[in-house]
Design a protein around this ligand. Structure first.
Ligand code: ADP
Length: 356
């Protein structure tokens, strides 16, 4: 009787142990971080698939020493176990195009005696990429603000220091005013992006007619169109159903695309605008015969501050933020934007917006 009871209890305990082991194995199998445990001799006692993938190792053939020697990491087990007084240490390596973080910690047995070393391996490539983008962004913003400030200060100081006739004064003041406007536009664009980043703006969607909106944008840009003597034609297909989207946002996108076509097309250019309907989306297609975008720049055109020719587009008053804002707005409205272009021959921009 007693013996029977003992065997049942033992069986239960063993089941419990094997359940726990299974649980741990499943967790290790599906972890995105790599884990390797080494015994006191430096042999692998446990390794998960993420670790073999990240470090590109064959666990059967490896020891602590040769793994980290190959990675050019100067570390030895004794140091982790004894000298660091139970603290952990961290190392960073580049493996191909990946950035890897390694985290070393001593392993102890149930009596708190050293039993080996445990290494956690993290792929931090995405993190490093984002960090670099952030640094680049800060550098870009500072540079974009510094250029107009330098010129405003230069002209203002010149005016203060000398006596100039009215004509020269006006010329200098005009530069100051236009540079200040550029700065204001840049700051407004940055604030718009930052509001998107913080999810502060909920798109206020409503029904509206895309053809009407496009014509209104064209009217708003009459001055620039006349100045460059462009010929602009707008074709609206009959019966395009109303779209359901954030109207101010879409207007901003259309104004940006049309302004780009006007700016990046030489005088007396041709710009064609089509408004139509495919499947459940309404679309606007803007085709110009301007300078076009080189193929190698096309994939980066939606990045913040990306401009094909920095100096020239800055002269034209561009901030390099327009298309990235356009993309954010369309994403929020379940729409899309695509650009095809051939350097020297012109550009075609298509945006799609869902109808109700
Ligand atoms: P920007 O404010 O500088 O115009 P955008 O984000 O609107 O910034 O556009 C990014 C870059 O893409 C521009 O600087 C320009 O080099 C290029 N680009 C955009 N539209 C056109 C176009 N229609 N023709 C030629 N280049 C264009």
């Amino acid at each position: 009787m007693l013996f029977g009871l003992m065997t049942t209890e033992l069986k239960e305990n063993l089941n419990e142990v094997s359940r726990k082991k299974n649980q741990i194995e499943t967790i290790l199998l599906h972890m995105t971080d790599g884990i390797i445990a080494f015994n006191m001799e430096g042999r692998i006692i446990l390794v998960n698939p993420a670790a073999t993938r990240l470090l590109r190792i064959m666990p059967e053939e490896e020891t602590f020493e040769n793994i980290f020697e190959k990675l050019n990491i100067e570390i030895n087990m004794e140091k982790i176990i004894y000298l660091d007084n139970w603290t952990s240490s961290e190392e960073r390596v580049n493996l191909g195009d990946k950035h890897i973080n390694l985290f070393f910690a001593p392993l102890k047995d149930e009596n708190e005696r050293p039993a080996g070393v445990m290494v956690v391996i993290q792929d931090i490539t995405e993190h490093v990429k984002l960090d670099n983008m952030r640094k680049e962004f800060v550098a870009d913003v500072s540079h974009e603000l510094k250029t107009p400030i330098t010129s405003i200060m230069g002209y203002a100081d010149t005016l203060l220091e000398g006596e100039y006739d009215k004509k020269t004064q006006d010329k200098f003041l005009n530069v100051i005013a236009s540079e200040a406007r550029r700065m204001a536009k840049l700051v407004t664009d940055l604030l718009a992006l930052s509001r998107f980043d913080n999810n502060q703006v909920q798109a206020q969607k409503e029904e509206f007619d895309l053809g009407d909106l496009v014509k209104r944008c064209q009217d708003k840009l009459q001055f620039q169109i006349k100045q460059k003597k462009h010929q602009v034609e707008c074709f609206v297909t009959a019966n395009v159903p109303p779209v359901y989207a954030d109207k101010d946002g879409v207007e901003r996108v259309v104004l940006n695309i049309l302004t780009n076509s006007i700016k990046y097309t030489k005088e007396e250019g041709h710009i064609k605008i089509y408004v139509g309907f495919v499947y459940n989306d309404a679309y606007i297609k803007v085709i110009d015969n301007g300078m076009g975008i080189p193929e190698e720049d096309l994939s980066r055109i939606f990045e913040r501050f990306y401009r094909v020719d920095k100096a020239r587009t800055r002269e034209m008053g561009g901030t390099g933020l327009g298309l990235s804002i356009a993309k954010e707005i369309l994403d929020r409205n379940n729409g899309s934007i695509d650009i095809k272009s051939e350097q020297g021959n012109g550009t075609e921009v298509v945006i799609r917006i869902p109808t109700k």
